[in-house]
Design a protein around this ligand. Sequence first.
Ligand code: HEC
Ligand code: HEC
Ligand code: HEC
Ligand code: HEC
Length: 163
Amino acid sequence: MRSRALALGFGLTLALVSTIAFGYDFLGPESCQGCHLEAYAAWKASPHARAKDSLSAAAQKDARCTSCHSPNEDEQRVAGVSCESCHGGGQYYVGAYVMKDPELARLVGLVDPSEKGCRTCHDSSSPSLKPFDFVAKLKAIDHWSAAKAKKAPAEKASTEKVP
Ligand code: HEC
Ligand code: HEC
Ligand code: HEC
Ligand code: HEC
């Protein structure tokens, strides 16, 4: 009995370790599109969606470039800098009942993108001449304000001035 429990514990530990080591599977940006129409459209029009396309054919095969321009293509077959490159693999959180529960979603893989995360790619080896300005760059990739505004129409109405 005891050894079975131990074996089970070991199996669970292995499963957990492999999840941490390899992360969650990606489903691709189209899997988010249906529920996050505005976010998808804004991302699609952004440099992150085109990050692979702006490389030459040779550079698209060069790991020294794809590490930032298409970091999840080899393991997850998702090109460019995609939703899940920042928000984590959607394998377990894309279900409607999980998405509606922010805590549960985070427990099963949803990541809060951080400034540190941006800087893994926007570092001194990127071609930008200016240092990375997080606040300004965050504004430049806004794909959440439209949805947030819709979610809180009452709040918005009360703060908006009548012209
Ligand atoms: C079945 C519909 C559905 C799918 C598919 C879906 N989402 Fe969501 N998502 C929601 C709902 C509903 C919420 C909660 C309400 C809201 O914030 O819009 C949410 C919330 C979120 C949030 C905010 C979490 C928070 O509370 O801070 C993020 C980030 C997010 N989704 C990213 C994604 C990504 C990335 C994908 C694709 C991998 C995805 N979602 C797929 C429906 C979905
Ligand atoms: C380069 C990283 C990055 C990519 C790529 C990205 N996001 Fe985000 N996303 C963020 C950040 C950062 C925020 C938080 C903004 C804030 O609240 O200040 C965010 C916020 C969101 C929110 C709103 C969360 C809330 O609080 O309501 C949703 C929904 C979302 N993203 C979905 C997506 C979807 C869907 C895609 C792909 C179509 C995507 N994101 C691509 C970084 C990214
Ligand atoms: C996986 C790597 C990666 C991550 C993480 C990442 N970016 Fe990017 N980002 C890129 C690449 C590559 C480009 C250039 C895309 C192109 O035009 O080919 C880019 C371009 C941009 C641009 C347009 C060019 C510029 O510098 O003005 C903005 C804005 C931006 N990213 C903001 C962010 C923000 C904010 C975050 C964090 C929330 C973030 N990025 C996270 C790789 C990344
Ligand atoms: C450390 C991450 C990183 C690596 C590695 C990287 N890039 Fe980039 N690249 C970026 C970021 C971030 C941008 C966004 C522009 C900026 O920072 O000004 C960018 C922008 C570009 C652009 C301009 C895209 C546009 O739309 O104007 C080209 C072209 C480019 N990179 C090519 C390459 C090539 C070729 C390699 C490999 C030799 C490479 N990059 C490696 C992060 C990286």
